[in-house]
Design a protein around this ligand. Sequence first.
Ligand code: NAD
Length: 371
Amino acid sequence: MMETVHVGLGARAYDIQIGPGLLGQAGALIAPLLKRPQVRVVTDENVAALHLETLRAGLKAEGIEMEALVLPAGEATKSWPHFERTVEWLLAEKVERRDIVVAFGGGVIGDLTGFAAAVLRRGVRFVQIPTSLLAQVDSSVGGKTGINAPQGKNLIGAFHQPAMVLADTEVLGTLTARDFLAGYGEVVKYGLLGDAAFFDWLEAQGPALAAGDMAARIQAVKRSCEMKAEIVARDETEQGDRALLNLGHTFCHALESATGYGDRLLHGEGVAIGCALAFELSARLGLCAQEEPSRVRAHLAEMGMKVDLKDIEGDLPDAEGLLDLMAQDKKVVDGQLRFILARGIGAAYVTADVPRDVVKALLEEALAARG
Ligand code: NAD
């Protein structure tokens, strides 16, 4: 049942393997990359408790020894103190340039470990074994690595492509429903930005996929990875098209910042709300019919996801405050906010040509609906 998606990046090309039970085959899959039979694994407490022994056994089956660093779970781990601890642990473990470091966890572990691998001895190879849906469909692919700064999210980092990605779709079974659906926000994003037929398929298969249908999960991860791989191969360092992957993210980053990057709003939840707002904005600008944002919202609602600002608990800044937060987005160029808008489902594009007052009015209405 294993599927392979190739990321065509010349000398930095690699494969994404997708399927159930890949942890058990990790040794056989990773062995061709190794110069000596050992790896160092960075993971978090939740993933370690549930899956580390399965990975250890999968590596052991091919005679590969592993040592693991187990970090606390959560976004706060993507920070200087844990980064320092990780790099120093890898040095203490005498990881050499020809060795492989394994990132075993969600996006937090993948981003942190990838960045540690990027700077350790000026760059060692690493393998992503993503365990959250968000990490399998998005963060483990494409080579963006990094940590958060006190000044903002993902402000410190490097492009460092993994040598391989192993997405074991069976481990998704231990995610909380909330974490699973947050990852699903990124899956929907791919349909919305560039593949209307995929969005149609998600409308039909989404509920089964969420309920655990393995074939549907594999297909969703595969199609998402194909789309990301194709965009990354076209624009590895985000000079142009790669920004399409940020559909919904300008709104999302402002909302995450306003809610403190924590439990009030998970990243994937913010992406889903952001996608709904980006489609609403597109309709208001006359780019697409009003049916399009309605359809986006209907699907998110059917999946039991957050759809609107009113689904976010607690206080939010006013529209001006949210616009200020948007202005701190990394996508701002020469002070101009760049948005990903859509001419319809599956037809997104990047533009800096968005009147501020239209965005403000949209946010004011969305905030007013919170009552
Ligand atoms: P996460 O790593 O915090 O994982 C979410 C939660 O799920 C954690 O508590 C984790 O311990 C738990 N978990 C992971 N796998 C599990 C499993 N199989 N069973 C049970 N629990 C499991 O967060 P995330 O949502 O995976 O990723 C979010 C991060 O990814 C953010 O920091 C975001 O900035 C980053 N990100 C990076 C990129 C990129 O291109 N590099 C893209 C999107 C998001």
